[in-house]
Design a binder for this molecule. Structure first.
Ligand code: ATP
Length: 319
């Protein structure tokens, strides 16, 4: 199968040991490796695919721990570089009573923001079948320029570009700036995945109707996906669109569900889809991706919850 290269941030989430408490109330925290692009790379590898992560970590114990997490999960760290001065990014994450997550980030600046274009592993990026990224790496220089350069390298070498904006409003100077920068690279992507919340933020419409989703269409796009939590996902191509249901599960923690969905989608594309215009095959891949998202919500944390292919098969057969 082809190589999926994921670009961006990898960090450590500190998660309270008890559920439903504020950061101030929390008695203790556990470390959980995270960062959406890194999670997506691990999701691909857990399903048996080839994946690499490209990004910068602090040359500290946390940075070394994260690189080891990639390797232990079968993801190449050949694109990882270390910053001697800056720390690995940290995020304190609480699950509020209403089920939404709240983040407090430590990035002053963190190592991930300091990746430069000169530090990119050009050979690795040129070998990608799919080059996947988010928008957090667009927030600050020099990482922003490194991101744009990596996208250009991958595109030039013939990779499909895959974009999951992964909106984290507290990291941006303002919502307007977030929207502007997220959209600044919109028309480069071949594949775009947004959540229902991101669709509403980007379009300004409180609706996931087809005509709203299609406001995010651009002429060079091959596949647009809108994830809808327990309701599954919607898909749009140049010639057809539709929806695919998810699987009923007992949701415990949604962390990583979107990343599991993306990892499974990209793995499915490199493995099974010679054309994104084959609707029957695309629906099979999306059903599989929904299963991966669903399973991820049944366990705590992101990386520990990402499924193997046999877990997905079990859910398929029991449904
Ligand atoms: P997150 O930011 O929490 O990682 P997201 O908002 O990007 O996730 P979701 O739409 O919540 O993404 O979930 C991604 C996919 O996972 C959905 O499209 C769906 O297929 C599956 N999924 C998520 N939650 C559930 C659930 N409760 N039951 C079944 N499937 C789910």
């Amino acid at each position: 199968g082809g190589l999926v290269v994921c670009f961006g941030e990898m960090l450590i989430d500190f998660v309270p040991t008890e559920a439903g408490v504020s950061l101030a109330e929390a008695g203790g925290f556990v470390k959980a490796p995270g960062g959406a692009p890194a999670n997506a790379a691990i999701a691909v590898a857990r399903l048996g695919g080839r994946a690499a992560f490209v990004g910068k970590l602090g040359e500290d114990e946390f940075g070394r721990m994260l690189a080891a997490t990639l390797r232990e999960n079968g993801v190449s760290d050949a694109g990882v570089v270390f910053d001697a001065a800056a720390r690995t990014a940290l995020a304190f994450v609480t699950l509020r009573a209403d089920g939404e997550r709240e983040f407090m980030f430590y990035r002053h600046p963190s190592a991930d923001m300091l990746l430069t274009g000169a530090e990119l592993n050009v050979d690795l990026i040129r070998n990608a079948s799919i080059f996947h990224y988010g928008s957090i790496s667009l927030i600050a220089e020099p990482c922003r320029s490194a991101h744009l350069k990596a996208m250009a390298l991958a595109k030039e070498a013939g990779a499909l570009l895959s974009y999951d904006p992964n909106l984290r409003l507290p990291l941006w100077p303002s919502p307007e700036e977030a929207r502007k920068q997220i959209m600044s690279i919109w028309d480069q992507a071949d594949i775009i995945k947004v959540s229902d919340v991101e669709l509403e933020f980007l379009t300004g419409h409180e609706s996931v109707a087809d005509e709203v989703a299609l406001q995010l269409w651009h002429p060079n796009l091959k596949l647009l996906l809108v994830t809808l939590g327990e309701k599954g996902c919607k898909y749009y191509t140049k010639t057809f669109h539709g929806a695919v249901e998810s699987f009923p599960v007992k949701q415990v923690d949604t962390t990583g569900a979107g990343d599991a969905f993306v990892g499974a989608l990209l793995r499915g594309i490199v493995e099974h889809l010679s054309s994104l215009e084959d609707e029957k095959k695309l629906r099979e891949v999306l059903r599989f991706a929904n299963a991966c998202g669903a399973i991820t919500t049944t366990k705590k944390g992101a990386i520990p919850a990402l499924p193997t292919a046999s877990e997905v098969k079990q859910l398929h057969e029991s449904a």
